[in-house]
Design a protein around this ligand. Structure first.
Ligand SMILES: Cc1ncc(COP(=O)(O)O)c(C=O)c1O
Length: 383
């Protein structure tokens, strides 16, 4: 079996992640921040250690500025709905996933002004275009770091400098990049960083988070029990409790912590070097096949390991089916929850076939996938 659907969720997970989840369920399995007994304290320790590991990964000085959510989608919704008000202006790009686009379109229908900056056909955003659209009521720039359709990377350092200069908030969706390439929230001037646990951070599904720069106030999406200030009927303002009502996904947090420590042990820079090499091999191999269109920039240094292509005469869904049934290769086809990105690269409405590489993808797997596409595309011509 060859699993090339890591852009949807990574597989397999490191044994340390499974072990940490198992250990939590066997040895702890108590609620954190609620009771005072030693198992509850142990649960709180697991939660804090995961916050600390994430703080380390993204260079955040105060781990309490990291809040846990279910996934990147919930984090993005919290940041967008909790900050933007009617009359505010927000800027995004034409390469976004629906987890940014849909909340923004909803907010637009409620009176928030939205500008969608057009990216190139290769999926690249020009930071100057962002600056040109900033005006008096611009509150936020919300974009993804790496495209989940063609892996194009946004110029986040330039955007961070621009947003900081103009006093505009910078919300970054790192669903495709957290754990795949180095991210420094402080240095890159990111104000709000949404991440998901189940992709390159090697954690389980159902856990994600939002890193919030100190002094930014967001209206919480929910209120409820936090285990703190229990005498009060009003939501406490403490970080991170203000955004973490209800019992957390503790087993997910235990797994995420182990995933983050795993990638930090390996070294995000090393992971990046390996991924660029494999991505380049995949791009080059697919580009050599007659009748195959590979989308995005040919230089893997400008991308994360997400490669989209189409083959002449066969629909993406048929290619996905053949790869699965005849070659035991798993990928994702269609629009990848990002219709606007496909409109930008010219592949709407049929979409593309997408190979998503991961931490455990090997060169042999990349070669085998390229060979499979070569064979199926040759066979389609002979029919
Ligand atoms: C760029 C991007 N943003 C956001 C998301 C949403 O992540 P999640 O499903 O974990 O909420 C994804 C998921 O594929 C993504 O690729």
């Amino acid at each position: 079996m060859i699993y090339l659907d890591n852009a949807a969720t990574s597989r397999p997970k490191p044994p340390e992640v499974l072990q940490a989840m198992n250990d939590f369920m066997n040895d702890v399995c108590a609620n954190s921040g609620r009771s005072g007994h030693h198992l509850a304290i142990q649960a709180s320790r697991v939660v804090y250690e995961t916050r600390e590991s994430i703080a380390h990964l993204f260079n955040i000085s105060n781990p309490l500025q990291i809040i846990f959510t279910m996934n990147a989608t919930e984090s993005l919704n919290l940041a967008l709905h909790g900050i933007l008000k009617p009359g505010d202006h927000v800027i995004t790009s034409s390469m976004e996933h629906n987890s940014v686009m849909r909340p923004l379109r909803f907010l637009e229908s409620c009176g928030v002004e939205l500008t969608v900056v057009k990216c190139s056909q290769d999926g690249f955003l020009d930071a100057h275009d962002i600056e040109n659209f900033i005006k008096e009521n611009t509150k936020m720039v919300a974009i993804n770091h790496g495209s989940n359709v063609i892996g194009s990377l946004a110029p986040i350092r330039e955007i961070g400098n621009i947003t900081r200069k103009h006093g505009v908030l910078f919300l970054l969706d790192t669903a495709q990049t957290a754990g795949a390439l180095p991210i420094d929230m402080n240095d890159m001037k990111i104000d709000l960083l949404a991440f998901t646990g189940h992709k390159s951070l090697c954690g389980p599904p159902g856990i994600g988070g939002l890193c919030i720069r100190e002094d930014i106030k967001i209206k919480p999406l929910k209120q409820g029990g936090t285990g703190s200030r229990s005498e009060e009927e009003y939501q406490p303002e403490l970080m991170p409790d203000v955004y973490e009502s209800g019992t957390l996904n503790l087993v997910g947090i235990a797994g995420l912590g182990a995933g983050v420590r795993y990638i930090m042990n390996d070294g995000v820079e090393n992971i990046r070097v390996r991924e660029v090499k494999l991505t380049q091999r995949m791009i080059d191999g697919l580009r050599e096949i007659p009748g195959v269109d590979v989308y995005g920039h040919p230089d893997a240094n400008l991308r994360v390991g997400v490669i989209s292509f189409n083959t002449e005469n066969i629909s993406p869904s048929k290619v996905g089916l053949i790869l699965d049934e005849d070659y035991d290769i798993m990928c994702r086809v269609g629009l990848h929850c990002a219709p606007i990105a496909h409109k930008t690269i010219g592949t709407f409405p049929d979409g593309t076939v997408r190979f998503g590489l991961g931490t455990f993808t090997t060169q042999q797997e990349v070669n085998a996938a390229v060979d499979a596409v070569k064979e199926l595309s040759r066979q389609s011509k002979n029919k």
